[in-house]
Design a protein around this ligand. Structure first.
Ligand SMILES: [Zn+2]
Ligand SMILES: [Zn+2]
Length: 142
């Protein structure tokens, strides 16, 4: 498994407990001429965490970063980058058919959400069914 390159720089304000800073973040900071905030993510455009070529780095906020990765996956899976994955049924669909969140790149079918709520908290009867892998959020992989 590939890891991010690190640089030993204990005097850096955002250095980790071992005194290391990620090289891609350091390079982006040099480019910007300022320190990055915790909310800024340095994205590797080609997906290769080791490729710290300046052309390959892009500073994004959390939302933009989620979006970039979600769109990559949408294109891969559905052939259309503009489609979004329903957080409940996991199917890709056009955002116009879904409820789209504002601050995070997430969407779902209203019917799916209603269905989930109906089974999640039944007022009566035994607890029977919960969709598997129900988890919002996008895994970062480069
Ligand atoms: Zn990324
Ligand atoms: Zn759905």
């Amino acid at each position: 498994m590939k890891h991010y390159k690190k640089v030993f720089l204990p005097e850096h304000p955002n250095a980790g407990t071992q005194g290391h800073v990620y090289e891609h973040r350091l390079l982006a900071e040099k480019l910007l001429g300022r320190y990055l905030t915790k909310d800024e993510i340095v994205h590797h455009k080609d997906g290769n965490k080791q490729n710290n070529c300046l052309d390959n780095l892009e500073v994004l906020n959390k939302y933009e970063h989620q979006k970039v990765h979600a769109q990559e996956r949408a294109l891969e899976v559905s052939g259309d980058a503009s489609k979004m994955r329903c957080a409940y049924c996991k199917e890709y669909d056009l955002p116009s058919n879904m409820y789209v969140k504002k601050n995070v790149y997430q969407a779902w079918h209203r019917e799916c959400a209603n269905e989930y709520k109906a089974v999640k908290a039944p007022k009566t009867g035994p607890y029977k069914y919960r969709p598997r892998n129900f988890k919002l959020g996008i895994k970062h992989d480069g």
